[in-house]
Design a protein around this ligand. Structure first.
Ligand code: C5P
Length: 234
């Protein structure tokens, strides 16, 4: 089976509050999106990378024009959805002709520029003979409180709790079936990652240890932290 990367990059980055969509925001001198694209394009295990942007995206063409080394490795799907899961579903549909049911799809947030070769190799190696697929994730180190506004209702034992990262890696047909089922059941609004759709089928994705550097750039103060991780890696 081959491995394909699918990058949903059709969000507007409202929580970051920048002037341009966050996937194009410069981080340590390069647009955020370039980090993940370079990692996938440079990894021999990845056959091709598909990136899903919104139909109205006015940046992707200019960006890719500056990246000739990506020309035969990356294809743009101009069909973003209202939600991340819709963007992923649209992407899966658009690539159907290029991919076999049995091939692996690695879905990765454009907003996680800290993915590197070592993490990608670890995920692929851990899942190569897996029946279900899985994801990068990190054990929770903080003590967790469930709240009612500002008061603690309870402390949630962190034992056994992980924070999900991406890539999340599943066989094409399974992932599509999982997202279709979630859609049909009207549960798309409940899910914020791909693994949870697979879990709704009663399957148990495998957890593969990720890294703090692979965090999702979401809020304004994340930018400085991301630059700290990214500087010196290149
Ligand atoms: O908004 P958030 O940071 O959770 O988005 C995670 C990823 O999903 C980002 O790469 C973002 O561009 C993408 N996304 C998308 N379509 C949407 C919303 C988010 O492709 N409608």
């Amino acid at each position: 089976a081959r491995h394909f990367a699918l990058i949903p990059a059709a969000g507007v980055g409202a929580r970051l509050g920048g002037a341009i969509p966050k996937q194009y925001m410069p981080l340590a001198g390069k647009p955020m999106l370039q980090y993940a694209l370079d990692t996938f394009a440079g990894n021999a295990a990845i056959a091709h990378t598909f990136i899903v942007v919104s139909a109205a995206d006015g940046y992707i063409g200019d960006f890719l024009a500056t990246q000739p080394q990506l020309a035969d490795k990356v294809t743009v799907v101009r069909h973003g959805g209202e939600t991340r899961q819709e963007s992923v579903r649209n992407g899966l549909l658009a690539i159907r002709a290029h991919i076999a049911d049995n091939d692996w799809v690695l879905v990765h947030d454009a907003a996680r520029p800290g993915l590197n070769d070592a993490l990608l190799d670890r995920l692929i190696a851990a899942l190569h003979d897996d029946d279900v697929g899985g994801l990068l994730a990190l054990p929770i180190v903080d003590t967790l409180k469930r709240s009612n506004a500002s008061r603690v209702l309870e402390t949630v034992p962190r034992n056994g709790l992980w924070a999900a990262q991406t890539p999340q890696m599943f066989r094409y047909a399974l992932l599509q079936r999982a997202l279709d089922a979630a859609q049909l059941q009207g549960r798309v609004g409940d899910i914020t990652d791909d693994a949870s759709a697979v879990e709704m089928l009663g399957l148990q994705p495998k957890l593969v240890e990720g890294s703090p550097r692979n965090f999702k750039v979401t809020l304004a103060h994340d930018v400085a932290l991301a630059e700290l991780f990214l500087q010196g890696q290149e």
